[in-house]
Design a protein around this ligand. Structure first.
Ligand SMILES: NC(=O)c1ccc[n+]([C@@H]2O[C@H](COP(=O)([O-])OP(=O)(O)OC[C@H]3O[C@@H](n4cnc5c(N)ncnc54)[C@H](OP(=O)(O)O)[C@@H]3O)[C@@H](O)[C@H]2O)c1
Length: 246
């Protein structure tokens, strides 16, 4: 059972089905997943109560103070408020602020950040009391981000790759694996964590099974050479003021 496996959930339609969500989280934990991205507490209580896992063995990335939106009110929280408007937050990126208070209180063990390129990471390290443990960024063969991987390794900050399943690779049949498994292995073999999203149990199990084969150096290079610096997630498409990758 891997301690580094991950699961991520997203709504399947306009409305998320709470029971389906809870079952998916519960079954994912049962299958060996330990890192939950954006999953709230659905399914967690049941998995802990049934003795499948202890709370301290789980990572969860669903937390905030000012920006917290009760899932009963709206899920996913989306980028806009009840007035359907996007408001630029008056919160400095260089300070981890309320998250540091959670560490002080013993409510959080580590702090993670997301979508931080080099200059922001440097500022966070200058101004925050705790160093971020992980940086969650879009990373796949079409956006390989080698300089950022190098910087984070130098700074001792782990990287979690998201949108791992965006592009397709052709090396899969040689290893009798699926394209998704090759894409995940390509990330894992570079020392990155992954958070593949799936609401399908068979695919969740499949995505966990990426430890039993190794890609050759030439295969890693061949996949990396697909890089075209393509971002599949750019908040600027929602509101031009949010062009954080400009
Ligand atoms: N920090 C950020 O700014 C940011 C931005 C974007 C996403 N994220 C997070 O990253 C995580 C990943 O989400 P993502 O949107 O990037 O999706 P993804 O992991 O790239 O997955 C994309 C799609 O692949 C399908 N899939 C999963 N396993 C598969 C398999 N073995 N074979 C074929 N298809 C498969 C899934 O559909 P099925 O459900 O039908 O299996 C899913 O809709 C989520 O937790 C998300 O919240 C973070």
């Amino acid at each position: 059972m891997s301690q580094h496996a991950t699961v991520a959930l997203k709504r399947t339609g306009a409305k998320v089905n709470r029971a389906t969500c809870a079952d998916t989280v519960y079954n994912a934990i049962k299958a060996g997943y330990r890192l939950l991205d954006g999953a709230g507490d659905y399914g967690l209580r049941r998995a802990i109560a049934d003795g499948i896992v202890k709370r301290e063995d789980l990572w969860n990335t669903f937390h905030a103070r000012d920006h917290y939106v009760d899932p009963a009110h709206r899920y996913p929280p989306e980028w806009w408020g009840d007035d359907k408007k996007v408001t630029s937050p008056r919160f400095p990126c260089r300070r981890l602020g309320p998250m540091e208070e959670l560490v002080d209180l013993g409510l959080a063990k580590n702090i993670g950040v997301s979508n931080c390129q080099g200059s922001i990471l440097q500022d966070i390290l200058r101004y925050s009391r705790y160093e971020p443990a992980v940086n969650q960024v879009e990373l796949h063969p079409y956006l390989t981000q080698e300089p950022l991987i190098k910087l984070c390794k130098t700074l001792g900050i782990a990287i979690t790759a998201y949108s791992s399943l965006g592009p397709k690779a052709t090396i899969a049949s040689k290893h009798s694996k699926t394209t998704a498994q090759v894409l995940l292995r390509w990330s894992v073999q570079q020392g990155l964590a992954v958070i593949p999203k799936s609401n399908n149990h068979d695919r969740l199990v499949q995505n966990l099974d990426v430890d039993q084969f190794t890609l050759g150096e030439d295969e890693i290079k061949a996949i990396s050479s697909l890089n075209i610096n393509l971002r599949l997630n750019d908040p600027a498409e929602i509101d031009p003021r949010m062009a954080i990758f400009a």
